[in-house]
Design a protein around this ligand. Structure first.
Ligand SMILES: Cc1cc2nc3c(=O)[nH]c(=O)nc-3n(C[C@H](O)[C@H](O)[C@H](O)COP(=O)(O)OP(=O)(O)OC[C@H]3O[C@@H](n4cnc5c(N)ncnc54)[C@H](O)[C@@H]3O)c2cc1C
Length: 217
């Protein structure tokens, strides 16, 4: 769907007579400078500059504007600052405009509004500023964190309920060192494996080990 919309923005830009409209059609705004937004902005810039660059006659596709908007003071905020800087240089090398310390406050069919009052006209805005967990915490009447993830104990149980496990992206789990377990596929798989072992232990009346996340990089 995203690919189709991006390509159709180029095609609509080819047929429009309105310069302002063409500019908006050739401006792609990606909101959120996490891994998803960084990857998406880079992919759109490559598409414009390498894949479709010779396909249009009324404009130069390589001049398409790709803007990555990040509310924090750097992209990839969960990674070391040197990697953020390196990723920013690589994106800029691809022609992406990186706007840090720029929070989006409004988004509609005309583009996005930033907290400082700037408006970026765009017909194609991609939201990559985070996901919300399922409503499991609400259904269970359990505590949830800011993203709606169910807060679980060290065995991945809803506190006080050793027969209810919450695992994967929808669980808010802390590691031994108190740091949150990241919402990535290897963590979800390890939690699944842990829950399976825990259920077998419960059935056999054996003690259940606490969950320990192992980060393999
Ligand atoms: C854009 C993006 C890029 C990512 N890139 C990476 C990456 O490069 N590496 C990495 O390790 N991780 C990555 N992740 C994270 C990774 O996808 C998740 O951590 C992982 O999928 C979590 O697994 P899960 O089983 O908890 O949830 P999911 O994979 O989301 O599976 C949940 C399933 O439950 C279904 N479901 C939801 N609600 C209900 C319901 N009420 N009833 C029945 N079924 C329901 C959903 O349809 C879905 O199929 C990325 C995530 C996103 C969004």
């Amino acid at each position: 769907e995203i690919r189709a919309r991006i390509l159709s923005a180029f095609e609509r830009a080819e047929v429009t007579e309105d310069d302002q409209r063409r500019e908006a059609l050739l401006t792609f705004v990606v909101v959120g400078g996490g891994p998803t937004g960084v990857e998406m902005a880079g992919a759109i810039a490559e598409l414009a500059r390498k894949v479709v660059v010779r396909d249009f006659r009324h404009f130069n596709a390589a001049s398409a504007r790709v803007v990555l908007v990040e509310a924090g003071n750097r992209i990839l905020p969960t990674m070391p600052a040197c990697l953020s800087a390196k990723a920013q240089r690589q994106l800029e090398g691809l022609g992406v405009e990186v706007l840090a310390t720029a929070a989006v406050t409004h988004c509609d069919g005309e583009g996005v509004m930033l907290a400082d009052g700037r408006h970026i006209g765009s017909a194609c805005v991609l939201w990559a500023a985070g996901v919300m967990a399922s409503k499991a915490a609400k259904w269970l009447g359990a505590a949830a964190d800011r993203a709606g993830r169910t807060v679980v104990d060290e065995r991945l149980n809803v506190p006080g309920h050793d027969n209810i496990f919450v695992i994967g992206d929808t669980a808010a789990v802390k590691n031994e060192d108190g740091r949150p377990v990241p919402g990535i596929a290897p963590a979800a798989k390890q939690m699944g494996e842990h829950a399976a072992h825990a259920i077998r232990a419960l059935i056999a009346d054996n003690p259940v080990e606490p969950f320990r996340y192992r980060h393999f990089g």
